[in-house]
Design a protein around this ligand. Structure first.
Ligand code: G1P
Length: 291
């Protein structure tokens, strides 16, 4: 099963981090020196993804600019002999034709956002990556999932899952756990944002999915679910009647950068991983911690 395309739903309003996201997309918030969207793009590229599909919305045009070539900047850097900076720009530049943008015209939910990518994805398995969740690890989360998928049968769907404290299960999609082989298990039921005390396990669906294209047919007629939105989890419950779903407990630290605390924590975690920043950052942190 070759996964060539990844869908990035980036139409969300980012209301949890207002006013930062009033005029700027939340996906452009910066962790150290890269916008969130660049981290998930890099993760997808590391996993072998060849085509990147962004489902955007109003006020998100700057994401398109971010993945374009900036001739003025490039030639100014060249004229000034700033080779290192030119290299940074070149490193993560998608090839021409390797990115597509389509708009989710109304905020109808994650399931609807994914459905908006149906024509660009076509009839092949694909990944979905939610950009406000970063997973700090090498190899990245999506690469781990694609490796896991290569051991599974054709027409398998794969979800990245992580254990969360019981009192938080109502904030996520949650999986029931069937037969397990190491870090991979058969998903035995799913529920989106179960009321407190009713979750089938504490394994939350995180923002990484490998899905079969049959999901689009189900999404087409999907009714609104939790929160009045068209939920991807509900469509997956439908697809699970005819195809297998597997959960993968990935290696790595997950950061929810769509929340203020998660965003700050990610900046510290990613900053400490950078050799050129680590010592200085630690010294500053010690000052604040008083030791
Ligand atoms: C979405 C999914 C949910 C998943 C979560 C991960 O929810 O619907 O199943 O657990 O992402 O972040 P949202 O955070 O958009 O409400």
């Amino acid at each position: 099963m070759k996964i060539r395309k990844a869908v990035f739903p980036v139409a969300g309003l980012g209301t949890r981090v207002l006013p930062a996201t009033k005029a700027m997309p939340k996906e452009m918030l910066t962790i150290v020196d890269k916008p969130l969207i660049q981290y998930v793009y890099d993760e997808a590229r590391e996993a072998g993804i060849e085509h990147f599909v962004f489902v955007t919305g109003r006020n998100k045009a700057v994401i398109e600019d971010h993945f374009d070539r900036m001739f003025e900047l490039d030639s100014t850097l060249a004229a000034r002999g700033k080779k290192a900076e030119q290299e940074v720009l070149a490193q993560n530049q998608p090839e021409a034709g390797a990115v597509s943008f389509t708009r989710q015209q109304a905020p109808l939910g994650l399931g609807h956002a994914v459905w908006c990518a149906r024509d660009i994805v076509g009839n092949e398995p694909f990944a979905v990556v939610l950009p406000d969740e970063l997973v700090l690890n090498t190899p990245g989360c999506l690469k781990q999932m694609i490796e896991a998928a290569s051991q599974l049968g054709e027409k398998s769907n794969v979800l990245a899952v992580e254990a969360v404290p019981d009192h938080l299960t109502h904030q996520y999609g949650i999986c029931g756990v069937g037969k397990r082989t190491g870090k991979i298990f058969e998903v035995d039921g799913m529920v989106e944002k179960p009321p407190k005390g009713t979750a089938p396990s504490n394994l939350s669906i995180t923002g990484r999915y490998i899905l079969q294209p049959e999901i689009f047919k189900i999404l087409e007629t999907q009714e609104r679910g939790a929160g009045g939105e068209i939920q991807l989890t509900d469509a997956m419950i439908g697809l699970a009647k005819s195809q297998k779903f597997y959960g993968v407990e990935f290696e790595g630290e997950r950061h929810d950068c769509g929340s203020k605390a998660g965003f700050l924590r990610a900046n510290i975690a990613y900053g400490l991983k950078r050799p050129e920043l680590r010592d200085g950052l630690l010294a500053e942190m010690k000052k604040y911690l008083g030791s």
